[in-house]
Design a protein. Structure first.
Length: 346
């Protein structure tokens, strides 16, 4: 008969998880014992649970796939919190397994008792306690799907004794690959956006991590608009490379060429970014924002036009409707500012 811990590990393997980062502890024994004889998933030991969470976050950053970390009850899983906050704010899919004290002792102020379902609520999209074998694997699968779909952290808390009980079901329930939907603004929204951009001369693009997978479309857009591209910090790896239109970052961690390009435009086109520094936005430009997450529209600055869509699908729909901008003075000045400094444009 399979135990709950075996079903948990089987479910992770079925989802493509290849390793779990963690520091072994008694409340994790069922899970680590289940991993021990396997060759399709590894336990990656660390010296501190905080390292496990940061390692999982780094793996999720690099692969865009679900990564997993684990901590034992009490201070073990509490140490995960810094890395989980980092992963959650960076919007990468991480599942944290927070082992819990024996289920019969919960609520008794038992040795090392905490309540992970409350402690991790602010740095996760989903955080639940597995208190009965019947909840596995459904709660685990909900946690994984939530982390993947919403790009963030999910946490499951599981008492050590529950992990050692017999499983009620024996196999994972989900057998489909991650969906890959395309989200694009409506045709009339694309037409209106194209009209605005075709009537603008001094356009600057502010691009962020939401431009991942759309590098070619982004560079083509900048070429048509003769627009310098300023990248947000998390957009650097997706935007800056092989990009003759890139003029660097702005903000507290940026430098003056990115600031110049944004402050001297008459239209700012924000794409896939939640750039946080309000004081670095232009005050008098027309500002347009494209983002897959509608809740982010207008969050950081006043907004004239907001569109919900993923970068690649939106730009593929927009590019055929754009005219070639014949004015390149703003682009030339911004690029000169990057490579020659502010003195070059006086």
């Amino acid at each position: 008969m399979k135990r709950v811990a075996d079903l948990l590990v089987n479910t992770l393997v079925a989802a493509g998880v290849e390793r779990i980062y963690g520091l072994a502890g008694d409340s994790l024994n069922g899970i680590t014992d289940s991993i021990r004889p396997r060759d399709n998933i590894k336990w990656v030991p660390v010296r501190h649970e905080e390292t496990a969470a940061f390692a999982a976050g780094a793996e999720a950053h690099l692969t865009s796939r679900l990564a997993v970390c684990a901590g034992s009850c009490g201070p073990g899983n509490l140490h995960l919190i810094n890395g989980l906050y980092d992963a959650h704010r960076s919007r990468v899919p991480v599942l944290a397994i927070a082992a819990q004290i024996p289920s019969g002792e919960i609520g008794s102020t038992y040795f090392q008792e905490t309540h992970p379902e409350h402690l991790f609520a602010q740095c996760s999209h989903y955080c639940e306690l597995i208190s009965q074998p019947e909840q596995m694997p459904r709660v685990l699968e909900i946690a994984m799907q939530t982390a993947i779909a919403r790009r963030g952290v999910s946490v499951i808390a599981i008492p050590g004794d529950i992990a050692l009980k017999d499983a009620v079901t024996t196999e994972p329930r989900l057998h489909f690959p991650p969906p890959k939907p395309k989200v694009c603004p409506a045709d009339d929204e694309i037409e209106k956006l194209a009209k605005i951009l075709n009537q603008s001369d001094k356009i600057t693009i502010l691009a962020g991590a939401g431009c991942a997978g759309a590098h070619a479309e982004l560079v083509s857009l900048a070429g048509k608009l003769n627009a310098p591209i300023v990248h947000a910090m998390r957009g650097k790896e997706f935007v800056e490379y092989d990009n003759p239109f890139d003029v660097g970052m702005t903000g507290l961690l940026g430098f003056s060429s990115g600031y110049f390009a944004m402050m001297h435009c008459d239209t700012l086109l924000m794409i896939g970014t939640d750039f946080p520094y309000q004081q670095f936005f232009p005050k008098h430009a027309t500002i347009i924002q494209i983002d897959l997450r509608g809740e982010q529209l207008g969050r950081r600055t006043k907004l004239d036009y907001g569109l919900v869509g993923d970068t690649r699908a939106t730009l593929q729909a927009l590019l055929p409707k754009l005219k070639q901008n014949s004015e390149d003075k703003h682009l030339r000045k911004s690029v000169e500012h990057l490579w020659q400094g502010p003195e070059s444009i006086r």
